[in-house]
Ligand binder design. Structure first.
Ligand SMILES: [Fe+2]
Ligand SMILES: [Fe+2]
Length: 389
Protein backbone atom coordinates (compact mmCIF):
# COMPACT_ATOMS: atom_id res chain seq x y z
CA UNK A 1 0.00 0.00 0.00
CA UNK A 2 1.12 3.53 -0.79
CA UNK A 3 -0.11 5.80 1.99
CA UNK A 4 -0.61 9.48 1.17
CA UNK A 5 -1.45 12.19 3.73
CA UNK A 6 -3.04 15.35 2.32
CA UNK A 7 -3.15 18.81 3.87
CA UNK A 8 -4.52 21.57 1.66
CA UNK A 9 -5.29 25.29 1.82
CA UNK A 10 -3.92 26.08 5.27
CA UNK A 11 -4.39 29.86 4.80
CA UNK A 12 -2.19 30.66 7.80
CA UNK A 13 -2.23 34.34 8.80
CA UNK A 14 -0.61 36.80 11.14
CA UNK A 15 -2.84 39.81 10.51
CA UNK A 16 -5.87 40.23 8.32
CA UNK A 17 -7.75 43.07 6.72
CA UNK A 18 -11.34 41.75 6.57
CA UNK A 19 -13.96 41.34 9.30
CA UNK A 20 -13.44 37.70 10.22
CA UNK A 21 -10.24 35.69 10.63
CA UNK A 22 -9.30 34.01 7.32
CA UNK A 23 -8.47 30.70 9.04
CA UNK A 24 -8.08 28.77 12.28
CA UNK A 25 -4.31 28.93 11.86
CA UNK A 26 -3.02 32.15 13.41
CA UNK A 27 0.71 32.03 13.53
CA UNK A 28 0.98 33.79 16.88
CA UNK A 29 -1.36 31.31 18.61
CA UNK A 30 0.27 28.88 21.06
CA UNK A 31 1.70 25.84 19.26
CA UNK A 32 1.06 23.41 22.10
CA UNK A 33 -2.74 23.46 22.15
CA UNK A 34 -4.19 20.63 20.02
CA UNK A 35 -7.74 21.98 20.40
CA UNK A 36 -6.84 25.50 19.23
CA UNK A 37 -4.04 25.17 16.69
CA UNK A 38 -4.84 22.81 13.77
CA UNK A 39 -1.15 21.91 13.33
CA UNK A 40 -0.71 21.11 17.02
CA UNK A 41 -3.94 19.15 16.68
CA UNK A 42 -2.51 17.16 13.79
CA UNK A 43 0.65 16.35 15.76
CA UNK A 44 -1.54 15.07 18.54
CA UNK A 45 -3.80 13.05 16.18
CA UNK A 46 -0.81 11.52 14.35
CA UNK A 47 0.77 10.44 17.64
CA UNK A 48 -2.49 9.17 19.13
CA UNK A 49 -3.45 7.14 16.03
CA UNK A 50 0.18 6.17 15.34
CA UNK A 51 -0.34 7.43 11.78
CA UNK A 52 2.47 6.96 9.30
CA UNK A 53 2.54 7.99 5.64
CA UNK A 54 4.88 7.39 2.71
CA UNK A 55 3.95 10.66 1.05
CA UNK A 56 2.73 14.05 2.28
CA UNK A 57 1.01 16.24 -0.32
CA UNK A 58 -0.04 19.87 -0.08
CA UNK A 59 -1.83 21.38 -3.09
CA UNK A 60 -1.14 24.98 -2.08
CA UNK A 61 -2.42 28.11 -0.30
CA UNK A 62 -0.02 27.87 2.63
CA UNK A 63 -0.52 31.44 3.80
CA UNK A 64 -3.47 33.79 3.33
CA UNK A 65 -2.98 36.56 0.76
CA UNK A 66 0.73 35.82 0.42
CA UNK A 67 1.66 37.24 3.82
CA UNK A 68 5.37 36.34 4.14
CA UNK A 69 5.42 35.43 7.84
CA UNK A 70 2.37 33.19 7.35
CA UNK A 71 3.86 31.37 4.38
CA UNK A 72 7.10 30.74 6.28
CA UNK A 73 5.13 29.45 9.27
CA UNK A 74 3.05 27.09 7.13
CA UNK A 75 6.14 25.89 5.25
CA UNK A 76 7.82 24.95 8.52
CA UNK A 77 4.60 23.32 9.72
CA UNK A 78 4.67 21.08 6.62
CA UNK A 79 8.29 20.09 7.34
CA UNK A 80 7.25 19.14 10.86
CA UNK A 81 4.27 17.10 9.63
CA UNK A 82 6.46 15.31 7.10
CA UNK A 83 8.84 14.39 9.88
CA UNK A 84 6.27 13.12 12.37
CA UNK A 85 4.46 11.14 9.65
CA UNK A 86 7.79 9.59 8.68
CA UNK A 87 7.06 10.52 5.05
CA UNK A 88 9.93 9.90 2.65
CA UNK A 89 8.45 12.24 0.05
CA UNK A 90 6.69 15.59 0.26
CA UNK A 91 5.02 17.18 -2.75
CA UNK A 92 3.87 20.81 -2.65
CA UNK A 93 2.71 23.23 -5.30
CA UNK A 94 1.84 26.92 -5.40
CA UNK A 95 -1.67 28.23 -4.79
CA UNK A 96 -2.95 31.65 -5.75
CA UNK A 97 -2.49 32.80 -2.11
CA UNK A 98 1.18 31.77 -2.14
CA UNK A 99 2.19 34.24 -4.84
CA UNK A 100 2.44 37.96 -4.12
CA UNK A 101 0.62 38.64 -7.38
CA UNK A 102 -0.91 41.87 -6.07
CA UNK A 103 2.57 43.12 -5.14
CA UNK A 104 1.85 43.91 -1.52
CA UNK A 105 5.27 42.87 -0.17
CA UNK A 106 7.37 43.21 -3.28
CA UNK A 107 7.18 45.55 -6.27
CA UNK A 108 7.95 43.12 -9.07
CA UNK A 109 8.61 39.50 -8.01
CA UNK A 110 5.44 37.53 -7.20
CA UNK A 111 7.29 34.27 -6.56
CA UNK A 112 10.38 35.72 -4.88
CA UNK A 113 9.33 34.79 -1.36
CA UNK A 114 8.61 31.16 -2.28
CA UNK A 115 11.98 30.93 -4.02
CA UNK A 116 13.80 32.22 -0.97
CA UNK A 117 12.23 29.82 1.55
CA UNK A 118 14.52 27.66 3.66
CA UNK A 119 14.36 24.67 3.27
CA UNK A 120 14.01 25.22 -0.49
CA UNK A 121 10.49 25.26 -1.98
CA UNK A 122 8.77 23.25 -3.30
CA UNK A 123 11.36 20.39 -3.36
CA UNK A 124 14.56 19.78 -1.43
CA UNK A 125 16.57 19.44 -4.58
CA UNK A 126 17.74 22.57 -6.39
CA UNK A 127 17.57 21.12 -9.90
CA UNK A 128 13.99 19.91 -9.27
CA UNK A 129 13.09 23.44 -8.18
CA UNK A 130 14.75 24.93 -11.23
CA UNK A 131 12.56 22.71 -13.40
CA UNK A 132 9.40 23.54 -11.45
CA UNK A 133 9.95 27.29 -11.76
CA UNK A 134 11.24 27.33 -15.32
CA UNK A 135 8.78 24.86 -16.88
CA UNK A 136 5.81 25.27 -14.51
CA UNK A 137 5.80 21.53 -13.85
CA UNK A 138 7.99 18.78 -12.51
CA UNK A 139 7.75 15.03 -13.04
CA UNK A 140 9.42 12.74 -10.49
CA UNK A 141 9.68 8.96 -10.46
CA UNK A 142 9.78 6.98 -7.24
CA UNK A 143 9.80 3.17 -6.83
CA UNK A 144 5.99 2.89 -6.52
CA UNK A 145 4.69 6.02 -8.19
CA UNK A 146 5.20 8.86 -10.62
CA UNK A 147 4.17 12.34 -9.63
CA UNK A 148 3.48 15.33 -11.86
CA UNK A 149 3.62 18.53 -9.83
CA UNK A 150 2.01 21.37 -11.78
CA UNK A 151 2.10 25.07 -11.00
CA UNK A 152 -1.42 26.11 -12.03
CA UNK A 153 -0.71 29.60 -10.62
CA UNK A 154 2.29 30.09 -12.91
CA UNK A 155 0.95 33.24 -14.60
CA UNK A 156 -0.24 34.98 -11.44
CA UNK A 157 1.53 38.31 -11.33
CA UNK A 158 1.48 38.64 -15.12
CA UNK A 159 -1.60 39.83 -16.97
CA UNK A 160 -4.03 41.33 -14.42
CA UNK A 161 -6.84 38.85 -15.13
CA UNK A 162 -4.65 35.78 -14.53
CA UNK A 163 -5.04 35.92 -10.73
CA UNK A 164 -8.72 35.06 -11.13
CA UNK A 165 -8.12 31.53 -12.36
CA UNK A 166 -5.62 28.74 -12.87
CA UNK A 167 -4.00 27.87 -16.16
CA UNK A 168 -1.93 25.30 -17.96
CA UNK A 169 -0.58 26.71 -21.20
CA UNK A 170 -0.52 24.91 -24.55
CA UNK A 171 3.27 24.89 -24.37
CA UNK A 172 3.25 23.29 -20.90
CA UNK A 173 0.73 20.69 -22.07
CA UNK A 174 2.92 19.79 -25.04
CA UNK A 175 5.96 19.63 -22.80
CA UNK A 176 4.17 17.33 -20.32
CA UNK A 177 3.03 15.09 -23.16
CA UNK A 178 6.64 14.71 -24.34
CA UNK A 179 7.82 14.04 -20.80
CA UNK A 180 5.17 11.37 -20.19
CA UNK A 181 6.13 9.61 -23.41
CA UNK A 182 9.59 8.87 -21.98
CA UNK A 183 8.47 8.28 -18.41
CA UNK A 184 9.28 5.00 -16.70
CA UNK A 185 5.97 3.31 -15.98
CA UNK A 186 4.65 3.05 -12.45
CA UNK A 187 1.36 1.51 -11.23
CA UNK A 188 0.35 4.68 -9.40
CA UNK A 189 0.48 8.11 -11.04
CA UNK A 190 -0.31 11.31 -9.17
CA UNK A 191 -1.00 14.83 -10.41
CA UNK A 192 -0.68 17.52 -7.76
CA UNK A 193 -2.01 20.97 -8.64
CA UNK A 194 -3.78 23.84 -6.90
CA UNK A 195 -6.67 24.79 -9.19
CA UNK A 196 -9.40 22.36 -10.22
CA UNK A 197 -8.83 21.04 -13.73
CA UNK A 198 -12.55 20.59 -14.37
CA UNK A 199 -15.56 22.68 -13.35
CA UNK A 200 -16.52 22.42 -9.68
CA UNK A 201 -19.30 24.93 -9.12
CA UNK A 202 -21.91 23.63 -6.68
CA UNK A 203 -22.87 25.75 -3.63
CA UNK A 204 -22.32 28.97 -5.59
CA UNK A 205 -18.61 28.16 -5.87
CA UNK A 206 -18.54 29.80 -9.31
CA UNK A 207 -17.07 28.79 -12.64
CA UNK A 208 -14.51 31.55 -13.26
CA UNK A 209 -11.48 30.13 -11.47
CA UNK A 210 -11.19 26.73 -13.17
CA UNK A 211 -7.76 25.85 -14.59
CA UNK A 212 -7.82 27.01 -18.23
CA UNK A 213 -6.96 24.06 -20.48
CA UNK A 214 -7.52 21.73 -17.51
CA UNK A 215 -9.80 19.49 -19.55
CA UNK A 216 -7.01 18.95 -22.08
CA UNK A 217 -4.67 17.91 -19.28
CA UNK A 218 -7.25 15.41 -17.97
CA UNK A 219 -7.78 14.03 -21.48
CA UNK A 220 -4.03 13.61 -21.85
CA UNK A 221 -3.70 11.70 -18.55
CA UNK A 222 -6.77 9.60 -19.37
CA UNK A 223 -5.04 8.35 -22.54
CA UNK A 224 -2.00 7.09 -20.64
CA UNK A 225 -1.33 3.38 -20.18
CA UNK A 226 -1.44 3.66 -16.39
CA UNK A 227 -4.04 5.28 -14.21
CA UNK A 228 -3.87 8.77 -12.66
CA UNK A 229 -5.14 10.26 -9.43
CA UNK A 230 -5.43 14.06 -9.38
CA UNK A 231 -5.14 15.84 -6.04
CA UNK A 232 -6.08 19.51 -6.07
CA UNK A 233 -7.11 22.18 -3.58
CA UNK A 234 -8.43 25.74 -3.96
CA UNK A 235 -12.19 25.13 -3.77
CA UNK A 236 -12.18 24.24 -0.05
CA UNK A 237 -14.95 21.81 -0.99
CA UNK A 238 -14.05 18.13 -0.52
CA UNK A 239 -15.19 15.92 -3.38
CA UNK A 240 -14.23 12.70 -5.17
CA UNK A 241 -15.18 12.24 -8.83
CA UNK A 242 -14.03 10.69 -12.07
CA UNK A 243 -13.01 13.17 -14.75
CA UNK A 244 -15.05 13.34 -17.91
CA UNK A 245 -13.79 10.99 -20.60
CA UNK A 246 -13.67 7.24 -20.97
CA UNK A 247 -13.29 4.33 -18.56
CA UNK A 248 -9.70 5.33 -17.82
CA UNK A 249 -10.29 9.03 -17.05
CA UNK A 250 -8.37 10.32 -14.02
CA UNK A 251 -9.79 10.13 -10.52
CA UNK A 252 -10.14 13.65 -9.10
CA UNK A 253 -9.75 14.30 -5.39
CA UNK A 254 -10.67 17.85 -4.47
CA UNK A 255 -9.13 18.14 -1.02
CA UNK A 256 -11.05 20.27 1.46
CA UNK A 257 -9.20 23.01 3.29
CA UNK A 258 -7.27 22.05 6.41
CA UNK A 259 -7.97 25.26 8.27
CA UNK A 260 -9.42 28.14 6.18
CA UNK A 261 -12.56 29.84 7.44
CA UNK A 262 -15.35 28.60 5.18
CA UNK A 263 -17.92 31.03 3.83
CA UNK A 264 -21.43 30.54 5.17
CA UNK A 265 -23.01 28.41 2.48
CA UNK A 266 -19.98 26.11 2.34
CA UNK A 267 -19.64 25.94 6.14
CA UNK A 268 -23.20 24.62 6.36
CA UNK A 269 -22.26 21.65 4.17
CA UNK A 270 -18.62 20.78 4.73
CA UNK A 271 -15.87 21.02 7.32
CA UNK A 272 -12.14 21.61 7.44
CA UNK A 273 -10.55 18.22 6.79
CA UNK A 274 -7.32 16.22 6.95
CA UNK A 275 -6.88 13.08 4.86
CA UNK A 276 -4.93 9.84 4.70
CA UNK A 277 -5.37 7.81 1.50
CA UNK A 278 -4.31 4.16 1.13
CA UNK A 279 -3.67 2.98 -2.42
CA UNK A 280 -2.94 -0.75 -2.90
CA UNK A 281 0.03 -0.97 -5.26
CA UNK A 282 -1.18 -3.07 -8.19
CA UNK A 283 1.20 -5.07 -10.37
CA UNK A 284 2.10 -2.81 -13.29
CA UNK A 285 -0.65 -2.58 -15.90
CA UNK A 286 -2.79 -5.24 -14.21
CA UNK A 287 -5.69 -3.48 -12.63
CA UNK A 288 -7.31 -0.09 -12.17
CA UNK A 289 -6.18 2.37 -9.54
CA UNK A 290 -8.30 2.06 -6.41
CA UNK A 291 -8.02 3.32 -2.86
CA UNK A 292 -9.66 4.35 0.36
CA UNK A 293 -9.47 7.72 2.10
CA UNK A 294 -9.84 8.36 5.79
CA UNK A 295 -10.94 11.89 6.72
CA UNK A 296 -10.89 13.87 9.96
CA UNK A 297 -12.79 17.09 10.72
CA UNK A 298 -11.41 20.08 12.58
CA UNK A 299 -13.58 20.72 15.63
CA UNK A 300 -12.48 24.09 17.11
CA UNK A 301 -11.79 23.66 20.81
CA UNK A 302 -11.63 19.87 20.52
CA UNK A 303 -9.09 19.17 17.80
CA UNK A 304 -9.33 16.59 15.01
CA UNK A 305 -12.04 13.93 15.09
CA UNK A 306 -13.21 11.32 12.56
CA UNK A 307 -15.29 13.02 9.87
CA UNK A 308 -19.04 13.10 10.27
CA UNK A 309 -21.59 12.04 7.67
CA UNK A 310 -22.07 15.56 6.26
CA UNK A 311 -18.54 16.91 6.40
CA UNK A 312 -17.48 16.74 2.79
CA UNK A 313 -15.79 13.37 2.68
CA UNK A 314 -17.07 10.88 5.29
CA UNK A 315 -14.75 9.21 7.83
CA UNK A 316 -14.03 6.49 5.27
CA UNK A 317 -14.61 6.61 1.53
CA UNK A 318 -13.20 5.00 -1.56
CA UNK A 319 -12.54 5.45 -5.24
CA UNK A 320 -11.71 3.44 -8.30
CA UNK A 321 -14.57 0.96 -8.70
CA UNK A 322 -16.50 2.31 -11.68
CA UNK A 323 -19.04 -0.47 -12.15
CA UNK A 324 -22.74 0.11 -11.58
CA UNK A 325 -23.62 0.08 -7.84
CA UNK A 326 -26.96 -1.51 -8.74
CA UNK A 327 -25.07 -4.55 -10.05
CA UNK A 328 -23.15 -4.73 -6.75
CA UNK A 329 -26.51 -4.59 -4.95
CA UNK A 330 -27.60 -7.71 -6.87
CA UNK A 331 -24.41 -9.51 -5.86
CA UNK A 332 -24.80 -8.46 -2.23
CA UNK A 333 -28.41 -9.66 -2.25
CA UNK A 334 -27.31 -13.05 -3.61
CA UNK A 335 -24.50 -13.34 -1.03
CA UNK A 336 -26.60 -12.25 1.95
CA UNK A 337 -27.53 -15.02 4.38
CA UNK A 338 -31.23 -15.29 5.32
CA UNK A 339 -31.21 -12.77 8.13
CA UNK A 340 -28.27 -10.45 8.36
CA UNK A 341 -24.51 -10.20 8.06
CA UNK A 342 -21.62 -8.17 9.31
CA UNK A 343 -20.51 -5.60 6.72
CA UNK A 344 -16.96 -6.95 7.09
CA UNK A 345 -18.13 -10.30 5.67
CA UNK A 346 -19.69 -8.59 2.66
CA UNK A 347 -16.43 -6.71 2.11
CA UNK A 348 -14.48 -9.98 2.11
CA UNK A 349 -16.71 -11.54 -0.53
CA UNK A 350 -17.23 -8.40 -2.62
CA UNK A 351 -14.15 -6.20 -2.06
CA UNK A 352 -15.30 -3.74 -4.73
CA UNK A 353 -17.66 -2.14 -2.16
CA UNK A 354 -14.64 -0.48 -0.53
CA UNK A 355 -13.77 1.37 -3.72
CA UNK A 356 -17.10 3.05 -4.44
CA UNK A 357 -17.12 6.85 -4.46
CA UNK A 358 -19.22 8.28 -1.58
CA UNK A 359 -21.99 9.23 -4.04
CA UNK A 360 -21.90 5.73 -5.58
CA UNK A 361 -22.18 4.23 -2.09
CA UNK A 362 -25.40 6.22 -1.63
CA UNK A 363 -26.68 4.73 -4.90
CA UNK A 364 -25.77 1.27 -3.57
CA UNK A 365 -27.87 1.94 -0.45
CA UNK A 366 -30.81 3.02 -2.63
CA UNK A 367 -30.45 -0.04 -4.86
CA UNK A 368 -30.36 -2.32 -1.79
CA UNK A 369 -33.43 -0.57 -0.37
CA UNK A 370 -35.37 -1.74 -3.44
CA UNK A 371 -34.79 -5.29 -2.08
CA UNK A 372 -35.66 -4.10 1.47
CA UNK A 373 -32.00 -4.51 2.42
CA UNK A 374 -30.58 -1.90 4.79
CA UNK A 375 -27.01 -1.14 5.85
CA UNK A 376 -26.78 -0.14 9.51
CA UNK A 377 -23.97 2.25 10.47
CA UNK A 378 -22.07 2.71 13.69
CA UNK A 379 -20.12 5.98 14.03
CA UNK A 380 -20.79 6.73 10.38
CA UNK A 381 -19.27 3.44 9.16
CA UNK A 382 -21.24 0.46 7.75
CA UNK A 383 -21.45 -2.22 10.42
CA UNK A 384 -24.25 -4.60 9.66
CA UNK A 385 -26.49 -5.40 6.70
CA UNK A 386 -29.83 -7.20 6.66
CA UNK A 387 -33.34 -7.48 5.34
CA UNK A 388 -35.74 -4.93 6.85
CA UNK A 389 -38.21 -6.73 9.12
FE1 LIG B 1 -7.44 28.27 -0.67
FE1 LIG C 1 -6.65 28.96 -3.86
Amino acid sequence: VLRIAVVSDLHAYDEHDGDGAPSHLKITDPEDQPGQNPIAGLSSLIKKEKLKADVLLCPGDLGHKARPAAIKYAWHALQKLKSILGAGFMGVTAGNHDLDSRYQYNKFDAKGLLQSLDPPYPMENESDNDRYWSRNFLVLTRPDFNILILNSSAYHGGDADEINHGRISDATLASIERRLASLERRPINLLLCHHHPQQHMELDLGDFDVMKNGQLLLDLLGREADRWLVIHGHKHHPKLTYASGGATSPIIFSAGSLSASLYQKLAARVRNQFYVADLPIPPLGSSPLVGVIRAWDWAPGLGWEPAGTSSGLPALSGFGYRGDPAELAQRIRAALPADKSRWSEIRQGIPEVDYLLPQDFQILRKALALFDIVIQDINGLPYEIGVRL
